[in-house]
Write a protein that binds this ligand. Structure first.
Ligand code: GDP
Ligand code: MG
Length: 701
């Protein structure tokens, strides 16, 4: 259950508005509790306003990137009032999870008022959402943000006129400077307490669209009322074509036919396709409002500067090379310089702590099984996962810098065309890139994708991007078998992962995920310097997230593996690691891997322990072969030919990354079965690819 659900439940217990939408009964001494929802376009300043209202310190971004969870906070200086930060959206169609979430939140949780934040420097596009929000029939205030920016460039807004035309209060603010916030809170409170619905419902001039909306509203009126869905909203959604809503309203075939008839008639009379006709209606109104109430500013200096920078960074020939250089630089700094150093220190710290604990347990003559649980289970397992924390934090640091400067939006824009060709959208690039660092945050960041289809596809492809935990394995094998060509082998593995990703995408596009990826709508934000504070907050949140996960899912998984390693079939502690349950499992699986060129049970066993975290493959190889890390390459040389080593590496590259990634997948795919299918699919694909490498290699060599 999300935080917001919990909030809403709590609210219900305290007496949420009932059918009539009235509070009152359980008003405490501070007055009844109020819930405000904050809705607006991406980059309109929602998070900044949320922070102003609540005093919270959320990450403020320049691109809808890694911050996607919605947040709830108490309004400062106001007792009993909460604000929910809804995701940034451009419209309320049912195509994307964010749009659906916003709509459902407003319709089912019924906040007391909606604060619609609008970027004053970009009124046309922002008001498009406003007009749809107004159809939801809920007390609404419009917060006209970025007034400082507008004024600076010589623009202005006739606020009273705008308010009159929209039929809701309009409050000019500057969220980043904290101007107008008190007035905004006062107005929001007023419309909420007095339940002031928007005065105006109809933004449509006379004509075919108008007639159609009215005809449809008339047909569904009773149903809508019964289901407590505003009929005007339901009407436009039905015209746009939303079968789920038709089902929810319980429309009968007759009624559906009537509606379809009206819509077809409208299409004929207006000469426009249905969605186009509605959009046209909304834009016509917005144009009128703009002409009478808004004086646009000049193009700002920042804008002009951004356009100049973009000539290079998104130029036809320069964009991709620069992007590759930037990414290489980031990975180099993360994995070779900063992150690696930090990881070293952390690993030493954990070793040191493990050493002390080990000594203390020995001195205390602790039961050997418990001793092993603590040292081999907890310290070794969680410790090895934790040593990844620095890499992840450093990677997130660079990514949030990319996001905040506005470069990430350009990457998505530049990559959009190429990714579209394989059925993804430009936004998929962010999770894919994160995938090279760690699959877990990569999968979690797919929530920024605007359609379920794009999201699922990206989630399923991300694990093929070789994550950093696999590097130790590559490094070990490359050093043992490929000497001078190590770097080349590593590069080939990365390339193979990407190639498999592309091929899988193409297959998906033709099979399970037919249809179009959602079009790219996002204007490029101005470049600017990232705020260190905001980056720091993000890093802290990501680090905390990861540590929490390390101590829950990963902790459990390590315990399971430890258990399998430590006991034999009769649950006696094993003296020789070859007799453990895990080894037994590994032996059972050996025949499966014989066609890939490696048959030793210790190798299959290490692949199983690799499921806790990939670098556990290396440590468990050491344990199972009973050699030190320094002697491991030699020991391996006795078990592999370079060819079978390659097929082992290919299998490692492509099979399911780890339990933490499975947990993340389950969370984001919202389906256990789908997750299971994905895991099985990954293993089968890994097997097939490794087999191909072994077979083809055998033919060539
Ligand atoms: P969100 O995507 O809607 O959550 O938007 P953010 O709160 O992340 O803000 C987007 C960008 O607009 C950030 O760079 C903010 O610093 C900037 N911003 C927000 N409010 C204002 C404002 O009132 N004036 C100006 N000039 N910039 C603002
Ligand atoms: Mg935000």
């Amino acid at each position: 259950m999300s935080q917001q659900d919990r909030q809403a439940r709590k609210r219900h217990r305290h007496g949420a508005p009932d059918q009539g939408g009235r509070w009152g009964r359980q008003a405490g001494e501070d007055g009844p509790a109020l819930v405000f929802a904050l809705a607006g376009n991406q980059n309109s300043g929602k998070t900044t306003l949320f922070n102003q209202l609540t005093g919270a310190r959320q990450h403020v971004g320049n691109f809808p990137g890694v911050t996607v969870d919605q947040k709830v906070g108490s309004i400062r200086g106001l007792k009993n009032a909460q604000v929910v930060d809804l995701p940034g959206i451009y419209s309320i169609r049912p195509f994307s999870a964010e749009e659906r979430l916003t709509r459902d939140f407003i319709l089912t949780q019924r906040p007391d008022a909606l604060i619609n934040i609008v970027d004053a420097t970009n009124i046309e596009r922002n008001l498009y959402l406003t007009l749809q929000l107004l159809e939801l029939r809920i007390p609404t205030v419009l917060a006209l943000n970025m007034m400082d920016e507008l004024h600076k460039n010589g623009g202005s807004v006739d606020v009273a006129e705008m308010s009159r035309q929209l039929g809701i209060p309009v409050v000019p603010i500057s969220a980043s400077r904290g101007e107008g916030i008190q007035e905004l809170i006062a107005q929001a409170q007023r419309v909420a307490r007095e339940r002031l619905l928007p005065e105006r419902l109809d933004f449509c001039g006379p004509g075919p669209v108008h007639r159609c909306i009215h005809a449809v509203s008339h047909v569904i009126e009773d149903h809508a009322e019964q289901h407590r869905i505003p009929s005007r909203f339901a009407a436009t959604k039905l015209i746009e074509g939303e079968p789920a809503l038709a089902a929810r309203l319980g429309l009968d075939p007759n009624e559906l036919e009537l509606i379809e008839h009206s819509v077809v008639e409208m299409e004929g009379d207006s000469g426009m396709e249905r969605n186009e006709a509605l959009a046209d209606m909304r834009y016509a109104f917005i144009q009128g409002l703009r002409a009478s109430a808004v004086k646009k500013g000049d193009e700002s200096r920042e804008r002009r500067r951004s356009i100049a920078i973009d000539r290079v960074l998104t130029g036809k020939y320069t964009a991709i090379p620069i992007f590759l250089i930037v990414m290489l630089l980031i990975f180099w700094l993360t994995f070779n310089v900063i992150g690696a150093q930090l990881a070293d220190w952390l690993a030493q710290g954990i070793d040191w702590l493990a050493g002390i604990t080990d000594g203390a347990l020995t001195a205390f003559q602790m039961n050997p099984v418990v001793h092993s649980l603590i040292i081999d289970g907890v310290f070794a397992g969680v410790g090895s996962v934790l040593s990844f924390l620095p890499l992840i934090v450093v990677l997130f640091f660079f990514l949030s810098v990319l996001e905040d400067t506005g470069y990430m939006a350009r990457i998505a824009f530049v990559m959009d065309k190429a990714l579209r060709r394989i059925g993804l959208s430009g936004r998929s690039i962010v999770p894919m890139l994160l995938g090279f660092g760690c699959t877990v945050p990569a999968i979690l960041s797919t929530r920024t994708l605007s359609s379920r289809r794009d999201r699922h596809m990206t989630i399923l492809l991300t694990p093929f991007m070789s994550c950093s935990a696999k590097i130790p394995i590559y490094a070990l094998f490359a050093a043992a078998f490929f000497g001078g060509n190590s770097a080349l082998v590593m590069l080939a593995l990365y390339a193979l992962g990407i190639a498999v990703g592309i091929l899988t995408a193409l297959v998906f596009k033709r099979t399970a995920f037919r249809g179009q990826s959602t079009p790219f709508i996002m204007e490029l934000p101005n470049y600017r310097f990232p705020s260190l504070k905001s980056v720091a907050i993000l890093l802290w949140e990501k680090a905390r997230d990861f540590v929490q996960r390390a101590f829950t899912v990963i902790f459990l998984a390590t315990l399971v593996i430890w258990f399998l390693q430590t006991f034999d079939l009769r649950l006696n502690p094993v003296a020789d690691s070859g007799t453990s349950l895990l080894a037994g499992l590994g032996r059972l699986m050996t025949p499966l891997f014989a066609p890939l060129g490696f048959e030793d049970w210790r190798l299959t066993t290490s692949l199983i322990s690799g499921l806790t975290a990939k670098e556990a493959v290396v440590s468990s190889l050491g344990v199972l072969m009973q050699v030190s890390m320094a002697d491991l390459p030699q020991a391996l040389q006795a078990m592999f030919t370079p060819l079978s080593a390659s097929s082992y590496l290919v299998f490692v590259l492509l099979y399911t990354p780890c339990v933490a990634s499975i947990a993340a997948m389950k969370k984001e795919l919202e389906s256990g079965w789908l997750t299971l299918a994905a895991v099985i699919g990954q293993c089968l694909l890994a097997w097939a690819a490794a087999w191909l490498v072994y077979m083809l290699g055998g033919l060539i060599l």
